[in-house]
Design a protein around this ligand. Structure first.
Ligand code: NOJ
Length: 565
C-alpha cells in the first residue's frame, strides 16, 4: 500500500460565510477562521478545506467566481488569507481551497467580454463559454437549443440578446459553463491555480469535477443530465491538471464526482492516476429518496431510509479502492441536510443518534472529512418563512413545486427537510445572541436551538458529542489500525443496524450501531467474541458481549481487541 501524509489526517470543512464573524458585519470571514485555529487543532484537524473565498456576486455563495485572483471583501483581504496560511502552517495545519473549474460568474470579465460583441476582447473570450443558436418553434418564436435542465431546477440555457445566442449553465443562470475544449482557457486556469499554490495553499477540493466535458452534439433531451456528467473526455482535462500541476507540486487534491464506476474510481483516485488523491462521492448521501414519487424528483422526494444502501456504498468504495487507491469518509457537506436530522433523530434521541452517527463513521478506514457544526450535533434549520432561506436553489424549486400544485405549507416542510441551507446556518459557538457567531444579525438566521446546542456547552464535558469527536478524530491522527484497517460489514442487508469490523494490523474494532428508535437484538453468531473489551458506549453503561447483543435506540458500542502477532 502506498503511504502518504494525507492518509493519516482529518479534514474539516469550513463554510466561510457561516463559520465565525470576526468584524461584526454578520458574515463569517478569514480572520474568524484564524481565531478558531486553536479550537480546530484541539479537535484533531490536520487540514482545513475552506469554501470559495474568491470575489463573487454571491449568487451561489461564492461558487460563482467573478475574479479568481481576488479575495471577496466579504471575507477579508489577501493579507488575511496569507495570515491564515502562515498561522495554520505554524500550527501544523494545512489549508486547501475550493477550486471552481466548471463555470465562472456571469460578472467575470471573461463572460462580460464573451457576451458582448462590441467588447474589444469579445473574439478571444466568446469561445471560453458554450453557446448555441436559438431553435425556432412553428410560430417562429425563439426556443432553447435543448430541454436540458440545470442542477438547481431551472433550464440549463439562457438567452443572450446581444449575440442572439443561448449560453449553457448547468447551475444558476449567473454561472455560465466554461468550454474546457478551449486550450487558452485551460492555460489561464492553470496560471490561476499556480498563483494560489505559490501563495502557500496546500491543495484543492475540485468542484463539479465530472462536469467539465459536455455532449457537443447537443441532442434534445429532458432533463439531459447525462449530456454534461461524467463524459469520458473530462478525465483528459483532469489528467492535464494532474500531470502539469497537482502531482509535480505534491498537492492534496480531492475531486467531487457522483456515481463513479470501479473503473472511474481508479481513474480519479487510484494511486498514480494523476488526477486526484481522493474523491468525494455521494453514494451514501441520499439513502432515503423515494424513486417511485411521480411528483417530486431526486432528493426532494423523501422516502424511507434504506440503511442497507448506505452500507453498500461504503463497502463498495472500500472494495473498489482497496490497496489501489484511497477513500474519503464523510457524512455530509454544505449541500446536504444535517446528518443528525437526516439519518438520526434530532428530537427525542438527539444525543444518542448524533453520537451513534459519529461512531459509525469515524471508526472506518480512509481520510475523514468533518463538516462544521457536525461535531456538536447541529441540526436542520427551523425557519418558518420562505424569506429566511438564502440558497438560490430553494427559490427555483419552491416555484417548481408550486407549479406542480403543492401547497405552501407542504413545500415548506419539504424544503426544511431537504434543502442545502440546513448545513449553512451560522455555527453555534455559545448561548450568546446569534449563537456567538456574530454580534449583529447574521446573513442568514441562526438556528433557534443555539441556546442548548453550542460549542461552549460541550467543551470540556467528557460525555458531550464534541468530546466524542475530539477523541475519535485525535485517535485517527495516530492510529493506523483505524485509518488503514480493513472493513467488513456484519450484515449489509439489515435495515436496522450498522455494524462492522475494522481490522488493523495490531487491533480490531467491532462497531455496533442501532440506526432505529427502538430496541433491537443484534445477532453476532459466527463471530469469535473472545478478548474484546468495551471502549465506548453512548449510553455509558457496562455491557457484556453476547451472541445476541441488545442495542437500545440509537445505541452505539465500540469493542476492541488486540490482535496477537
Ligand atoms: C458543488 C458545490 O458543492 C455546490 O455548493 C455548488 O453549488 C455547485 N458545485 C456549483 O459550483
Amino acid at each position: 500500500m502506498e503511504q502518504h501524509w494525507w492518509q493519516q489526517t482529518n479534514i474539516y470543512q469550513v463554510y466561510l460565510r457561516s463559520f465565525y464573524d470576526s468584524n461584526q458585519d454578520g458574515i463569517g470571514d478569514i480572520q474568524g477562521v484564524i481565531q478558531k485555529l486553536d479550537y480546530l487543532k484541539g479537535l484533531g484537524i490536520g487540514v482545513i478545506w475552506i469554501s470559495p473565498h474568491y470575489a463573487s456576486p454571491m449568487d451561489d455563495n461564492g461558487y460563482d467566481v467573478s475574479d479568481f485572483y481576488q479575495v471577496s471583501p466579504d471575507y477579508g483581504t489577501i493579507d488575511d488569507f496569507k495570515e491564515l496560511l502562515d498561522k495554520a502552517h505554524s500550527m501544523g495545519i494545512k489549508v486547501i481551497t475550493d477550486l471552481i473549474l466548471n463555470h465562472t460568474s456571469d460578472e467575470h470579465q471573461w463572460f462580460v467580454a464573451a457576451s458582448n460583441p462590441f467588447h474589444p476582447e469579445h473574439h478571444k473570450y466568446h469561445d471560453y463559454y458554450i453557446w448555441q443558436p436559438p431553435k425556432n418553434d412553428e410560430q417562429g418564436q425563439k426556443m432553447r437549443p435543448t430541454r436540458w435542465m440545470g442542477w438547481f431546477g431551472s433550464p440549463a440555457w439562457t438567452y443572450n440578446e446581444a449575440t442572439n445566442e443561448y449560453y449553457l449553465h448547468i447551475f444558476s443562470k449567473k454561472m455560465p459553463d466554461l468550454n474546457w475544449r478551449n486550450a487558452s482557457m485551460r492555460q489561464e486556469m492553470k496560471e490561476m491555480i499556480r498563483y494560489w499554490i505559490q501563495l502557500g495553499v496546500d491543495g484543492f477540493r475540485v468542484d463539479a469535477s465530472n462536469h467539465l466535458e459536455k455532449n457537443w452534439e447537443f441532442p434534445d433531451d429532458f432533463p439531459g443530465y447525462h449530456h454534461f456528467s461524467s463524459l469520458p473526455k473530462h478525465h483528459e482535462y483532469l489528467k492535464e491538471l494532474g500531470s502539469d500541476i497537482f502531482v509535480p507540486m505534491d498537492l492534496l487534491t480531492i475531486g467531487e464526482s457522483g456515481g463513479a464506476s470501479k473503473e472511474e474510481a481508479l481513474q480519479y483516485a487510484g494511486y498514480g492516476s494523476n488526477e486526484f488523491n481522493m474523491l468525494i462521492q455521494f453514494g451514501h448521501c441520499w439513502a432515503d429518496v423515494d424513486d417511485s414519487n411521480s411528483v417530486l424528483m431526486g432528493k426532494w422526494a423523501q422516502g424511507k431510509l434504506r440503511l442497507s444502501s448506505i452500507k453498500e456504498s461504503f463497502q463498495n468504495w472500500y472494495e473498489m479502492l482497496e490497496n489501489v487507491g484511497w477513500n474519503v469518509i464523510y457524512w455530509h457537506n454544505h449541500d446536504q441536510p444535517r446528518i443528525v436530522s437526516h439519518y438520526g433523530n434530532d428530537s427525542t434521541y438527539w444525543f444518542e443518534s448524533a453520537s451513534m452517527l459519529a461512531v459509525a463513521l469515524y471508526l472506518m478506514p480512509g481520510t475523514a472529512i468533518c463538516y462544521q457544526g457536525e461535531e456538536i450535533g447541529m441540526t436542520n434549520v427551523d425557519y418558518q418563512e420562505l424569506s429566511m432561506f438564502k440558497d438560490v436553489e430553494v427559490f427555483t424549486e419552491y416555484q417548481n413545486m408550486l407549479a406542480k400544485g403543492l401547497s405552501h405549507e407542504h413545500i415548506m416542510t419539504i424544503i426544511r427537510a431537504r434543502c442545502r441551507d440546513n448545513a449553512r446556518s451560522p455555527m453555534q459557538w455559545s448561548e450568546a445572541a446569534y449563537g456567538g457567531f456574530s454580534k449583529v444579525s447574521p446573513w442568514m438566521p441562526s438556528n433557534g436551538n443555539y441556546l442548548t446546542i453550542n460549542v461552549k456547552n460541550q467543551l470540556n464535558q467528557p460525555t458531550s458529542i464534541l468530546s466524542l469527536y475530539q477523541h475519535l478524530l485525535n485517535q485517527r491522527l495516530s492510529n493506523e489500525n483505524i485509518t488503514h484497517g480493513k472493513i467488513t460489514f456484519l450484515d449489509v442487508s439489515s435495515q436496522k443496524d450498522f455494524s462492522y469490523l475494522n481490522t488493523g494490523t495490531t487491533e480490531e474494532y467491532l462497531v455496533l450501531c442501532n440506526f432505529t428508535s427502538s430496541k433491537i437484538m443484534k445477532s453476532l453468531n459466527g463471530l469469535n467474541l473472545a478478548n474484546y473489551s468495551l471502549i465506548y458506549n453512548n449510553y455509558f453503561t457496562l455491557q457484556n458481549l453476547e451472541n445476541e447483543q441488545e442495542l437500545l435506540p440509537y445505541e452505539s458500542q465500540v469493542w476492541k481487541r488486540v490482535i496477537s502477532q
